[in-house]
Design a protein around this ligand. Structure first.
Ligand code: UD1
Length: 417
């Protein structure tokens, strides 16, 4: 186990770059299972979750080569229809392989992803979609097994615009006979990125980015090259971090349109945020006003930036309320922030934050990936050194974080606990 030891910093100035998106690259890698032709994915962040997905793909039959930030993946033959428990238990997004495996071979066996740090996270909507396409789905011995002699297009209405279910059903439907319509589909940019990749290998998909996606089945796919979209959550984390300081920071490789609600809230707090081509500049005095936030599916405020924004609101002037509507239990960072002197109360699905706190350096835990990022942001404005334990969570989603922060003058050390 490692920890970060972080020193506070007064002013942030310089440039920081955003890497390829974790939440886009994982489904892209799973989607390669659809084709027996080689594919190359570029702008791949070297993250723990990416390595877990590589191991799963290798067991299934993929030949994987890593060259810098590019991954060549070739799955000439499916050697196993089963994703191994040892990897799936480490990463919920392993469930992304279910749809493509089912489409390509008619059989997919994947361990139940189980709960995780941010709540129960069911898979009922994925299963509903597979069944609608004609698969028989069974649960037993900790596995979900889907089988279908032939998948047939269907109309599927999602009770909630789940990102995971939309991706999985879209991938399964690419080879189904006829037309599939997914209604109340998720509209996240990572789904658009996946659909762009699928189109390049030959899938027929329209309506991505809207709540109705239409997939017309095809029987064969080619290979392709694809550049992973830039990580909007990493970008948002850096924008929020910059706003918390007296700063002038250029965050590079940002798709500004992916971050509209976050940028709007930063401006409401009194921060200057300007787009400069593919980059976004944040100029802040570090003196911030309280704002209220409600997390929502895209294009609403992203739940993944709820924890980092809460760190910001602890130092803003006034009282803020954050309502979390996407996940059941996503306030595990609250007790950690309170250990640093924050004044946050949880009331049902809301957190009430009394601002103007001078946070205190302390020993705290990264309770999940984004909660971990929130602790780093809090540590940078604390009165003295903070140790953040359990940073394996942070390593799942922030590529090269220490080096990137050091580029802004931050003193951060990784220490074996
Ligand atoms: C993805 C992201 C995650 C982000 C989340 C919401 C990846 C790897 N992860 O997670 O970072 O926080 O989107 O933007 O891309 N639900 C059901 N039944 C299902 C599936 C989901 O009830 O079958 C519920 C979940 O419990 C949750 C909500 O739907 O309350 C959203 O989940 P979903 O959009 O599926 O998130 P993930 O794809 O798991």
């Amino acid at each position: 186990m490692s920890k970060f030891v972080v020193q506070p910093i007064d002013r942030l100035e310089g440039e920081i770059s955003v890497s390829g998106a974790k939440n886009a690259v994982l489904p892209l890698m799973a989607a390669v299972l659809l084709t027996d032709k080689p594919c190359v994915i570029h702008n791949v962040p070297n993250l723990k979750d990416v390595n877990v997905m590589i191991e799963i793909l290798k067991v299934i039959g993929a030949k994987v080569e890593i060259k810098g930030n590019s991954l060549s993946i070739h799955v000439p033959e499916i050697m196993s229809n089963e994703a191994p428990y040892q990897y799936v238990s480490q990463m919920r997004s392993s469930f992304d392989v279910m749809g493509p495996l089912l489409a390509r071979t008619g059989v997919a066996r994947v361990p139940m992803p189980g709960g995780c740090a941010i709540g129960e996270r069911p898979i009922d909507l994925h299963i509903k979609g597979f069944k609608a396409l004609g698969a028989e789905v069974e649960f037993g011995h900790g596995f979900v097994e889907a089988r279908a002699k032939k998948l047939v297009g269907a109309n599927i209405y999602l009770d909630f615009p789940s990102v995971g279910a939309t991706k999985n059903i879209m991938m399964a439907a690419t080879m189904a006979e006829g037309v599939t319509i997914i209604e109340n589909a998720a509209r996240e940019p990572e789904i658009t990125d996946l659909a762009n990749f699928l189109r390049k290998i030959g899938a027929k998909i329209t309506g991505v980015g809207t709540d109705t996606i239409k997939v017309t089945g095809v029987s064969e796919f080619s290979g392709t090259e694809h550049i992973t979209m830039s990580d909007r959550i990493e970008a948002g984390t850096f924008l929020i971090m910059s706003a918390m300081h007296n700063s002038n920071v250029l965050v590079k490789n940002v798709v500004e349109s992916h971050l509209k609600p976050v940028i709007a809230k930063l401006r409401e707090c009194g921060v200057q945020v300007e787009t400069e081509g593919d980059d976004v500049r944040v100029i802040s005095s570090g003196k911030l006003k309280a704002v209220d936030i409600t997390t929502l599916p895209y294009p609403g405020f992203p739940t993944d930036l709820q924890a980092p924004f809460m760190s910001l609101l602890t130092i803003a002037e006034g009282q803020s309320v954050i309502m979390e509507t996407v996940f059941e239990n996503r306030f595990t960072h609250v007790p950690e922030l309170n250990r640093m002197g924050a004044n946050i109360k949880i009331e049902g699905h809301s957190a009430v934050i009394k601002g103007s706190t001078k946070l205190q350096g302390a020993d705290v835990r990264a309770t999940d990936l984004r909660a971990g990022a929130a602790m780093v942001l809090a540590a940078l404005v604390a009165d003295c050194e903070t140790s953040i334990h359990d940073i394996y969570h942070i390593d799942r989603g922030y590529y090269n974080l220490e080096e990137k922060l050091k580029g802004l003058g931050v003193e951060i050390k990784r220490i074996q606990d």
